[in-house]
Write a protein that binds this ligand. Structure first.
Ligand code: ZN
Ligand code: MN
Length: 498
């Protein structure tokens, strides 16, 4: 019998607030913040890691008698996410205590939301296997992060800097029917959260963590099989590998005539396998009850509308606008809209390029080609590069006007990315203007001809591809500054002349 999977995904996403969820402690800076678009960065955010247990107070250390206060910005971010995910925004919401014991959970409970989450019953559209599909969003709720255990040389150390960072949990319906759909979802969700500026999307920093539930059922049937939960999936890769492994494992158990046990499994990154953490009989009883130290939240509709009015264009909206407005192929559109700051850069460049008669496709090619290449090589975000959209366009104007050739243009762009400056200044300072003067280039061509008698003889003997070599020699003699088309014309004229 052939089986197909049913998958649901829970995502924990740290919110990019300046302070923690229930106290005034600063959210620890992390290298992840360097990747946040400049427009979302605050001055207080630097990249220097804080010493362990330096960003703590009685509230996030769970001292008896301390009282939590709700971070308004965190609530706003969750509502904004809920709106982006087409959710209903609750009129009344409350916090609950989720009781469990673990060394990183300082109070012995986590303040979370159980009965009345801030957002519920939404959906997100994903593109997988060449078609669009709606994935249901069960709810989006707000909670607090735990501390972090660090295991060194047989000791376990704990850092409470992370304790109390606002954590948003996004729970989907079990709507994924394949690995491809799950993959499409997590990538689209990350893009969306980054566009909204509510999460850094930095997986290495643990800014997004996943849990998944998976069951198999015979193809063509609708009754769901027994589901298994997999926890501690701290990257896209871990999540997708764990799903793949778990689908195969369950398939094998069923093929061997066995039954799937309802259980919670962990992910062993090193071995690439899931393992039993606990069975149904040891299922957690979190003994949820309303958090007595916090008032219930009444979410005024005017507030929701205010938040809605401040929402940026979402990735899928921008993708379809880029396709229709700039007539770009979907491949370009995908690359340009992956990151909001790249999309902004592109649109600013297009606006500057239009009056100069340079079209969006040329701009797109330079950004997704040479600029991406340079940024990648320098491990830079586009916002950290010194090249402005306007200067990229100035460079394209010089190229279009034949002042510089393409090799020089690439070099100038590199200088612009590294150290800034205008295209014109760099060309002047480095003496990079193209040798496009006929008489000047003519004498260089003469020298190349007399210095390469063999190649010349081959060319005259009918081997036309040698021309490329000779043009290369002219480029070399001018240190890349010759107009290659003019050089080729001059060579042809002179070689056919006698
Ligand atoms: Zn604190
Ligand atoms: Mn949670």
């Amino acid at each position: 019998m052939k089986y197909e999977p049913t998958i649901g995904i829970e995502t924990h996403a740290q919110l990019l607030t300046a302070s923690k969820m229930f106290c005034k402690c600063r959210v620890p800076p992390s290298s992840g913040r360097g990747r946040v678009p400049l427009s979302h960065r605050r001055d207080s955010m630097d990249n220097t890691p804080a010493p362990p247990n330096s960003l703590v107070c009685p509230v996030c250390l769970g001292m008896p008698g301390s009282l939590p206060v709700i971070n308004r910005r965190a609530v706003e971010y969750v509502i904004m996410t809920g709106l982006a995910l087409n959710c209903q925004i609750a009129e009344f919401s409350k916090f609950d205590r989720k009781n469990y014991h673990y060394p990183d959970l300082v109070k012995g409970y986590q303040i979370s939301q159980f009965h009345l989450p801030l957002c519920h019953d939404g959906w997100i559209e994903i593109q997988a296997n060449g078609r669009a599909k709606r994935i249901g969003i069960h709810d989006v709720h707000l909670e607090e992060d735990t501390g972090k255990l660090v295991h060194v040389q047989g000791h376990s150390l704990i850092d409470f800097n992370r304790s109390g960072i606002p954590l948003m949990e996004i729970v989907t319906a079990p709507d994924f029917a394949s690995l491809e759909e799950a993959r499409a979802y997590v990538f689209e969700l990350r893009r969306m959260l980054r566009y909204l500026g509510v999460n850094s999307g930095n997986m290495e920093e643990g800014a997004m963590r996943f849990e998944a539930n998976i069951s198999l059922h015979p193809v063509g049937t609708t009754t769901l099989g027994t589901r298994v939960e997999v926890k501690n999936l701290n990257s896209f890769k871990a999540m997708l590998r764990a799903l793949e492994y778990e689908i195969q494992r369950q398939d094998q158990v069923l093929a061997d005539g066995g039954t799937i046990r309802r259980e919670t499994r962990g992910w062993d990154e090193a071995r690439g396998t899931t393992y039993v953490q606990r069975g149904k009989e040891q299922a957690d009883d979190y003994r949820y009850f309303p958090e007595p130290d916090l008032p219930p939240l009444e979410i005024k509709r005017e507030w929701v509308e205010q938040i809605r009015s401040r929402m940026p264009e979402l990735p899928h909206e921008r993708r379809s606008r880029f396709t229709s407005e700039y007539q770009l192929p979907s491949y370009d559109t995908g690359l340009l809209t992956e990151d909001r700051s790249v999309a902004d850069f592109f649109e600013q460049a297009v606006a500057a390029a239009r009056p100069k008669g340079i079209g969006p496709k040329v701009v797109a090619n330079w950004i997704t080609g040479e600029l991406f290449h340079l940024l990648h090589a320098a491990n830079l975000e586009i916002t950290a590069s010194q090249a402005s959209p306007e200067q990229l366009v100035e460079l394209l104007v010089l190229l279009k006007g034949n002042v510089i050739n393409i090799t020089t243009a690439k070099h100038v762009l590199k200088v612009m990315v590294d150290t800034g400056g205008t295209a014109k200044d760099i060309v002047t300072e480095e003496g990079l203007a193209q040798v496009a003067d006929r008489s000047e280039l003519s004498s260089i061509v003469d020298e190349v001809i007399s210095a390469n008698p063999d190649a010349v003889a081959q060319y005259k003997g009918g081997k036309e591809t040698v021309l490329r070599f000779l043009v290369g020699q002219v480029m070399k003699a001018t240190r890349g500054k010759a107009d290659p088309n003019l050089a080729a014309d001059l060579l042809k004229e002179k070689l056919c002349g006698d």
